[in-house]
Write a protein that binds this ligand. Structure first.
Ligand code: ATP
Length: 303
């Protein structure tokens, strides 16, 4: 019996050490910037961003979400709060970037983008460097910046994807969503074939269907474009997702044993175990690239 106890303790120790090692390894390489986007609206992108951030935080990753969905910023609604400040208040020197942060479960924090994003094209050099300084300051205490972008193939969506270190493309198995996801992958590839893209298949009816559809899309990207896109995993169609939206509590916290929460945990594990793409100069460089790529003539109709 004593023997069994010793074996268990050393097993737990080895697991803990491995987990700690992974956290430390990630941390040593600097904070990552990952855009999450979708060709079609309503496929579950915001829900994925929020719950994936919680899963990453549960794995020791200090995670910040930039809520940059310009059409309908939904993260705050999913959590049941009204943003007090947005990025625009930082531009206007009313608050610092850290003071805009809203708290979510597991220590995840959220930057409400608001009009601070839509007005990017109008900012002068002093305002831009002020934003850059805010992000650089925050970067030192974080491991991940996960960006919830708008859906579609607009120039503003592409600007986020092209500025980030890596991007997740979310789709569901419907033919229209698959076609739009492919269109987005193609549009990114046409601008910069080096962007590290990963695919998530949300709302799959069965694991077989989700895997088949995911593999088909990533195979097409390689065959037709020569663009490698990694199929990172699927999230099952699960009634707890809608239930948690109504309760305004993320399903990863409210229903930790659900199929969808398990799938999100698996995706977080895969993200952490893969060799990360090279960092591209940190969060300051990300903001600079975003501003450089940002469409000059943006208005609410072209978002
Ligand atoms: N895995 C899932 N199982 C069941 N329902 C889901 C799942 N994922 C998302 N949904 C439902 O789909 C709806 C849309 O989700 P969400 O708002 O996250 O989409 P979105 O892609 O961010 O939309 P948009 O980009 O248009 O803002 C929500 O009502 C949510 O309950």
């Amino acid at each position: 019996m004593a023997h069994q106890g010793d074996a268990l303790r050393s097993w737990v120790r080895s697991k803990t050490d491995q987990a700690t090692r992974e956290v430390l390894n990630q941390r040593l390489q600097g904070a990552r910037v990952m855009a999450v986007t979708s060709g079609k609206g309503g496929v579950g992108k915001s829900s994925l961003v929020l719950n994936l951030a919680l899963a990453m935080a549960e794995r020791g990753q200090r995670t910040v979400i930039l809520d940059a969905d310009l059409g309908l910023a939904n993260i705050n609604i999913m959590l049941g709060y009204e943003p007090i400040y947005t990025l625009w208040d930082v531009v206007e020197h009313r608050v610092t970037l850290k003071e805009t942060l809203q708290n979510a479960p597991n220590g995840v924090r959220i930057i409400p983008g608001g009009s601070g994003i839509t007005e990017l094209a109008r900012l002068d050099a002093v305002e831009i460097s002020h934003i850059i300084e805010g992000f650089q300051e925050l970067e030192g205490e974080c491991d991940w910046l996960i960006i919830d972008t708008s859906a579609g193939i607009s120039d503003s969506v592409l600007a986020f994807v092209l500025a980030a270190d890596e991007a997740l493309v979310v789709t569901n198995p419907e033919p229209t969503a698959l076609a739009d996801a492919y269109g987005l992958i193609k549009a990114v590839w046409e601008q910069d074939g080096r962007v590290a893209l990963k695919l998530i298949m949300n709302r799959s009816q069965s694991r077989e269907q989700g895997t088949r559809m995911g593999n088909r899309l990533t195979d097409l990207a390689v065959k037709a474009l020569g663009q490698p896109v990694e199929f990172l995993g699927l999230v099952a169609e699960d009634p707890v997702v809608a239930r948690s939206v109504i309760r305004q509590v993320p399903f990863f916290s409210a229903y930790p044993n659900s199929e969808a929460a398990g799938d999100i945990g698996d995706i977080a594990d895969r993200l952490l175990h893969r060799v990360p793409p090279p960092r591209r100069g940190g969060w300051g460089a990300f903001v600079r690239r975003l501003v450089e790529n940002w469409p000059r003539d943006i208005n609410r109709e072209t978002i």
